[in-house]
Write a protein that binds this ligand. Structure first.
Ligand SMILES: [Zn+2]
Length: 413
């Protein structure tokens, strides 16, 4: 399984200039490639192949006065920018033809220098290197200081250098993890109900509320955003407010991620199998706003549970909620009348008393168990192959699952 380890890096002012150049060149190559394909399409010519694109946009362009400066950055960075473009096209085509499941993928778009997140990638043949003195050697950038918040388990196959909206730099290294990480088996299995009133409720009766500090941080963020919206466009005050919002965003995202890591690690350690309701189905009944905020948070949480399950040898499955899990009695299976949202507990005619959310979680557990026993594979989804934003580039033959790992923060706004 491939995992991504993220570390904060502190490039010197000189290295920051070199990085800015590399970000710029990667962006230009990406946009040039996109334009060439768009023009070919408009002119009715056939799709420009990956090889031809690389030749025309990198090799031949370097020989022209307009693009001679492309030679100043690592060639691998430029090739990887085109690889991103090729992947974006492939995903788009697969989505159009229905080969790719999930939400529709839009055709690739131009990258802008105003994008919040700038990134370049070096693969192993770019000869990046972790030096004995702890610095990360990047071709044509220099030896960049790194805060190694955790040991890298093995040699990395690629490194992505990211500058986020808050002006921070990160190195995101892809490593292969071994088999030796499987946890000793345990008996218990668990179903999780994700809710609006509580973040999660488990079938064993555990209720997990989103911590107060997170809710407070969310409110503060909202206030900063309101401040920002009142500032004049193009003004200096607005620029300052933008940075403030980005920093606050980064803080909230970091805190939430840390909290979710702790929770998901505990769940995986304590349970042999974990079943979670499928978010696509849950989303139907909710209002737009609540949905967007909570879905993002749940999605990142369930994907953590998912990759940790794969890594530590546990079973994980999303359960389609085709049944009314709230109204169904987890004891007798009877489906009761609809309940108002404020009804927190109820009693089934069979006599068993239920906490609304715990009952739903028990139904999720039962459904997960039944499905994994009966028709394994039919309704239980295989491990998703979703790579984080901007990283859809790791070649699909190598990709199993690429996720961020405990304790490191990369801002993904
Ligand atoms: Zn009942």
């Amino acid at each position: 399984m491939q995992l991504r380890y993220n570390y904060r890096v502190y490039p010197t002012p000189g290295q920051q200039i070199e990085l800015a150049k590399a970000f710029g060149c990667a962006r230009v190559v990406f946009n040039d490639g996109l334009r060439l394909r768009q023009q070919a399409r408009e002119a009715g010519r056939k799709y420009v192949s990956d090889g031809e694109l690389s030749r025309r946009i990198i090799t031949e362009a370097k020989a022209t006065p307009e693009r001679a400066w492309l030679g100043e950055v690592s060639a691998v960075v430029l090739q990887q920018a085109l690889a991103d473009l090729n992947t974006a096209y492939r995903n788009f085509f697969a989505s159009v033809t229905g080969k790719r499941k999930g939400p529709k993928v839009a055709p690739p778009r131009c990258r802008s220098r105003k994008d919040n997140r700038q990134a370049i990638r070096f693969t192993r043949n770019a000869r990046f290197k972790v030096l004995d003195n702890g610095r990360l050697r990047l071709p044509k950038i220099g030896d960049v200081p790194v805060r190694w918040s955790r040991e890298l388990p093995s040699e990395a196959s690629s490194v992505t250098v990211i500058r986020d909206a808050a002006g921070r730099y990160f190195a995101s290294l892809v490593v292969q993890t071994g088999e030796g990480e499987k946890l000793p088996p345990v008996e218990s299995e668990i179903g999780i109900d994700l809710g609006l009133t509580r973040f999660a409720v488990m079938s064993d009766g555990t209720k997990v509320a989103a911590p107060k500090f997170l809710r407070r941080a969310d409110r503060q963020l909202k206030r900063l955003q309101q401040d920002l919206s009142r500032k004049q466009r193009g003004s200096n005050r607005r620029k300052k407010a933008v940075v403030k919002v980005a920093r606050a965003h980064a803080r909230v995202a970091d805190t939430r991620r840390d909290w979710q890591h702790k929770l998901s690690t505990r769940i995986i350690r304590d349970n042999q199998a974990v079943y979670v309701e499928d978010l696509c189905v849950v989303g139907l009944g909710r209002t737009r706003l609540a949905k967007s905020v909570h879905d993002a948070s749940w999605a990142s949480f369930t994907s953590m549970v998912e990759y940790k399950a794969a890594r530590y040898g546990r079973t994980f499955a999303r359960v389609d909620r085709f049944f009314p899990s709230t109204r169904m009695c987890s004891d007798c299976g009877r489906i009761n009348d609809k309940m108002a949202l404020d009804v927190r507990s109820w009693t089934c005619p069979c006599g068993s008393a239920h906490d609304r959310d715990v009952n739903a979680a028990m139904n999720v557990l039962a459904a997960g168990r039944a499905e994994s026993l009966n028709d394994r594979g039919a309704r239980i989804r295989p491990l998703a192959m979703v790579a984080p934003r901007g990283e859809a580039v790791i070649r699909s033959d190598a990709a199993c699952s690429i996720r961020s790992v405990e304790g490191y923060s990369v801002l993904q706004l």
